[in-house]
Design a protein around this ligand. Structure first.
Ligand code: ADP
Ligand code: MG
Length: 480
């Protein structure tokens, strides 16, 4: 990426709200049903039917607004966004335009230097999702599945404050954590419950005016967001450096080819002929309602991270990872609480071995075969010198396979560390005696050979000798 260009990104994140029924009808929102079995007359756009607002979406949007420190509109209005598409039988999408429910807010991400960076949230508005066209498996026909039509969405729009693909991903991850903490969305990206459009432009460094942007549609994984933005930035810089101009347009990211392709020129807002929907009353909420919703907010990721740093003295970057989801944070706290002040060691194990093992088998933390209490016992056996960190990995693997608790495995496999100095001393003597050449070289100044001796002793003891004791004894004996 060229030093001469500054990257500017703004995200529009679509979060599917986890309501049981749709935003304006009583049809179910469950994923994966047979086509058109969850679409009622309202979703089919039958003339004469009327939308009825699902109160739950107002509560969820308010929760989100409060979580990002945003202004909650006391009065918001649903508007019709008019366009034609086969999966939109009404000919318009009900959205919010001039008066969205959530106004300006903010959140903080860590930038490349590890500093907190404020990202402005422009607004978040409620809207209904459209249906889906199906082409696969149909001979010269297209099918329309309206199960998704009317599914509630919260569209969260950021200011163009993001300066790299990494920042965009960091911001999107934070929003993802927040909606899951709030339990207003399952955040399932494979099922399309959490996706984003990335608006990307570049400008010469130092220039105030924003460059012309392209909008990359429907990115449904963090990796795709990063790749699509990086590809797009390169594409735009190349055009500009060749003296060309970037066209404002909507582009699609093709993950197979890892490139973006033009889809259509970008509509302007006035193409949609927005107007307030006469079928729906404005939404009015009062202080009392907002206070009641505020009282239901859980501890949020940023606050939890801060608390973890202070309460457990763990590294800030570890606290950031451990607070990604409530389940992970709870796991860590339960395990750390069951050890005697060994929170950082617990953090290392959770982020390292445990997460690695979970990822390998595509398991969620809730499905971990090793409970937090069991992990705490393992960590305690390292800190009380029963086993070394290296042996602990072997014990962990056995625990993962369901062979029992750390204590049971240590006993059954005879993995207890040898802390009896006289036992270690005997082996140290034996190793030195068996390697007179190396011993002479060490004494002649080849310090590095200590590693060789430690290795030999460890081999003799199957890794069970206390490494600190081995080191000390070897040094004493070799220099003596
Ligand atoms: P629209 O509703 O037409 O998509 P908006 O003006 O509401 O457009 O902006 C949508 C998103 O695009 C916002 O996240 C905003 O920050 C971002 N954005 C606007 N202009 C630019 C630009 N020049 N470069 C990058 N992002 C931009
Ligand atoms: Mg847009």
């Amino acid at each position: 990426m060229s030093r001469n260009w500054e990257v500017v990104i703004g995200l529009e994140i679509h979060t599917q709200l986890a309501t049981k029924s749709k935003i304006f009808s009583g049809a179910a929102t469950a994923y994966g049903a047979a086509p058109n079995t969850q679409a009622c007359l309202v979703d089919l756009g039958y003339p004469g039917t009327l939308p009825v607002l699902n109160e739950e979406v107002v509560r969820m949007a308010t929760k989100f607004g409060l979580a990002v420190n945003a202004e909650i509109a006391r009065r918001s209005v649903f508007a019709r966004k008019n366009y034609f598409y086969p999966d939109l039988p009404k000919g318009y999408q009900i959205s919010q335009y001039e008066l969205p429910i959530v106004g300006e807010g903010e959140l903080f991400i860590e930038d490349a230097d590890g500093k907190q960076k404020r990202i402005g949230i422009t607004r978040a508005h409620l809207e209904e999702d459209a249906g889906k066209s199906i082409h696969e498996g149909l001979d010269r026909h297209s099918g329309i599945d309206l199960n998704r039509a009317g599914t509630p969405l919260l569209e969260i729009v950021s200011e163009p404050d993001l300066r790299s693909a990494q920042e965009a991903v960091a911001y999107m991850r934070k929003i993802h954590s927040i909606v899951r903490y709030l339990e207003i969305s399952d955040g399932n990206m494979q099922e399309g419950s959490f996706r984003c459009d990335a608006n990307v432009s570049v400008r010469p460094r130092g220039q105030e005016k924003l460059g012309t942007r392209a909008e990359l549609k429907n990115l449904n994984s963090f990796r795709f967001v990063e790749k699509a933005i990086n590809y797009e930035v390169e594409r735009q810089i190349e055009i500009l450096e060749d003296g060309g101009e970037v066209v404002q347009e909507t582009r699609l990211y093709d993950s197979d080819k890892d490139e973006t392709r033009s889809m259509r020129s970008k509509e302007e807002a006035n193409d949609y002929r927005y107007f307030p929907d006469p079928d729906l009353l404005p939404v009015e909420i009062d202080e009392e309602y907002i206070a009641a919703v505020r009282a239901t907010l859980p501890e949020l990721p940023a606050a939890k991270q801060q608390r973890f740093i202070e309460q457990y003295s763990i590294k800030p970057e570890d606290a950031d990872i451990l607070t990604t989801s409530r389940a992970l944070a709870d796991y860590f706290e339960t395990a750390a609480g069951a050890t005697d002040g060994k929170a950082q060691v617990v953090a290392n194990w959770v982020i390292g071995e445990l997460t690695g093992a979970l990822n390998k088998e595509s398991l969620e933390i809730e499905q971990s075969p090793v409970s937090p209490e069991a992990l705490a016992q393992l960590v305690s056996r390292i800190s009380d010198d029963t086993i070394s960190g290296k042996i602990a990995k072997e014990v962990f693997e056995a625990m993962w396979r369901g062979e029992g608790s750390a204590d049971a495995i240590i006993e059954a496999k005879g993995l207890r560390q040898i802390t009896d100095n006289s036992a270690i001393e005997a082996i140290v003597d034996q190793v030195i005696a068996a390697n007179p050449g190396q011993a002479a070289e060490y004494r002649a100044g080849k310090d590095k050979l200590i590693g060789f001796f430690v290795g030999q002793v460890m081999k003799e003891t199957q890794g069970k000798a206390n490494p600190g004791a081995v080191n000390k004894l070897l040094k004493d004996k070799l220099s003596g």
